[in-house]
Design a binder for this molecule. Structure first.
Ligand code: HEM
Length: 474
């Protein structure tokens, strides 16, 4: 929905409609939005109770460009795909990420590609990008398959509901330890898993405080312990690797980071290497585990789609583990993952952006310091861009399904700050999903209601998901 100008000459309005260009809005005006009251803090309270539900209500009432006056901020919520792309792609240079979000993340991640801005971000991103291309991540497939085979062998199909969310979360940690450190699964994996969860919960809670209490406060003991555990784990792997002869280094992510350090120690200090390790741990683990959890639910709730994906897996792999060359042939399986990411994006609201100067967008002229929020979770369930938006229809992503509206499907974000790990995540999830379907059929327990999504770090089921597994005949 585009804003309209109240006093527009009909001739100009017709010309504008023909060119689909939005009408310029009077200088200093703001788009419509909910009544803020004296401070607008009531709007914040409504958002903290139910973020996506509240934003959806405002979109229905006010359109795709909604103004929130939350003193001292002006915030704009965008759900128009074209404007979202315009913001994130074309206007990227005029934006920084929301300072408070970055401040909290930096306590956990240090100064990594996730938290940097401007030239330092560009330099990091350019140096890291070659390790995350579709081709580069192929080398991780054998490790991902090995970790999956080992974990799936222990999953039980004994008629009791299996804690599949917990199991995928543990498997995700096993995979990240292998791809990052070539580490065999040991006691560290379960401790690291708990620690990642602890720090993510702490970080998530702090984002909504105006400032952070120092970490030495008594009630922050569990965050302190968790950070100590993760830093210790990373430090141990870095030290052990550096003590190893260079020609014995494995081809994992740590080696790729340490090569950056050896090539240019000024730009890539050992601390920078540790910070990027922490980011990959924190950004990569929860997101992939949450997506696989939702995928297993989508498979259980849609037996025909499950059967079609399994038939493809059986035909392509004929019982062997997937190799990198197999992944392009698993197109039907990939579509089930894409559709899962549409219905249940792990990051349903992108980190808010702030404009560093005035920004012209959709006919409006927003001053410097305007905050922009992009709720991709709403856009991806919008019937205007996805007919029958709540239905699981992997065929939407088929090559012959017609063109998708650009900017309406953004589970990995868009523009220069799009998820750097997207190809790794898709390769990982395709391998895990294929190996799961080779071994199990999955169903929902009798009478189970669809799980309620809750946005807490990532989008997860409110109650930990448990499903019925049946082991397939070998
Ligand atoms: C299903 C899995 C994943 C999902 C849904 C996901 C989603 C996202 C999204 C939406 C963003 C952009 C956020 C924004 O614009 O505010 C992002 C950024 C990022 N992701 Fe992912 N991610 C996933 C997996 C991974 C993995 C496996 C890694 C690393 C190993 C990773 C590392 C990062 C990093 C470093 C950034 C920041 C990039 C930058 O600012 O330049 N992600 N992710």
């Amino acid at each position: 929905m585009k804003p309209s100008t109240p006093f527009e000459c009909p001739h100009h309005a017709a010309l504008r409609a023909a060119s689909s260009e939005p009408a310029p809005q009077p200088a200093g005006s703001w788009p419509p939005g909910p009544a803020p009251g004296l401070t607008g803090w009531g709007l914040l309270r409504a958002m903290s109770r139910d973020l996506l539900g509240t934003l959806e209500g405002w979109r229905r009432a006010h359109g795709d460009v909604v103004h929130l006056r939350i003193r001292p901020e002006h915030q704009v919520v965008l759900t128009d795909p074209a404007l979202v792309r315009e913001l994130l792609v074309a206007q990227h240079e005029g934006l920084v990420r929301w300072e408070r979000g970055v401040q909290v993340m930096a306590q956990l991640h240090g100064h990594s590609v996730l938290t940097a801005e401007g030239q330092p971000w560009r330099a990091r991103r350019q140096a890291l990008q070659p390790s995350f291309t579709p081709k580069a991540v192929q080398s991780f497939v054998p490790d991902i398959a090995a970790a999956s085979g080992k974990a799936l062998a222990g999953w039980r199909a004994d008629g009791a509901a299996w804690p599949i969310e917990q199991a995928f979360t543990s498997l995700g940690m096993d995979i990240i330890l292998r791809t990052m450190f070539s580490s065999e699964i040991d006691a560290d994996a379960r401790l690291a898993e708990r620690a990642v969860h602890e720090v993510s919960v702490a970080g998530n809670a702090e984002m909504y405080w105006p400032a952070s209490w120092p970490d030495w406060m008594p009630w922050k003991a569990s965050k302190r312990r968790a950070m100590k555990m993760l830093r210790g784990l990373i430090e141990r792997h870095v030290t052990t690797r550096l003590a190893l002869a260079r020609d014995l280094w494995p081809g994992d992510l740590l080696t790729r980071l340490l090569i950056l350090h050896l090539d240019d120690p000024d730009a890539w200090s050992l601390q920078a290497v540790r910070d990027e390790c922490m980011t990959a741990f924190l950004a990569g683990h929860e997101t992939a585990a949450a997506t696989l959890t939702w995928w297993s639910w989508c498979m259980a709730a849609n037996p025909a789609a499950q059967a079609a994906a399994r038939a493809e897996v059986d035909a392509v792999l004929r019982g062997r583990d997937p190799a990198a060359e197999d992944l392009p042939a698993l197109a039907c399986l990939k579509r089930t993952l894409q559709e899962t990411l549409r219905l249940y994006p792990a990051a349903p609201v992108l980190l808010s952006r702030r404009s560093t100067g005035a920004i012209a967008l959709g006919g409006w002229r927003f001053p410097a310091r305007t905050m922009f929020t992009v709720p991709v979770g709403l856009m991806q369930r919008d019937a205007r861009w996805f007919p029958e938006p709540d239905a699981f229809r992997p065929e939407r992503f088929a090559d012959d399904a017609g063109k998708q509206i650009r900017g309406a499907y953004l589970p990995f974000g868009a523009g220069p700050r799009v998820c750097i790990g997207q190809h790794l995540a898709l390769a990982e999830m395709t391998v895990v999903a294929a190996m799961f379907l080779q071994r199990f059929e999955v169903a929902a327990p009798e009478g189970m209601a669809p799980p309620e999504p809750e946005f807490h770090i990532t989008l997860r089921p409110r109650e930990s998901l448990k499903l019925l597994l049946a082991r397939r005949a070998p």
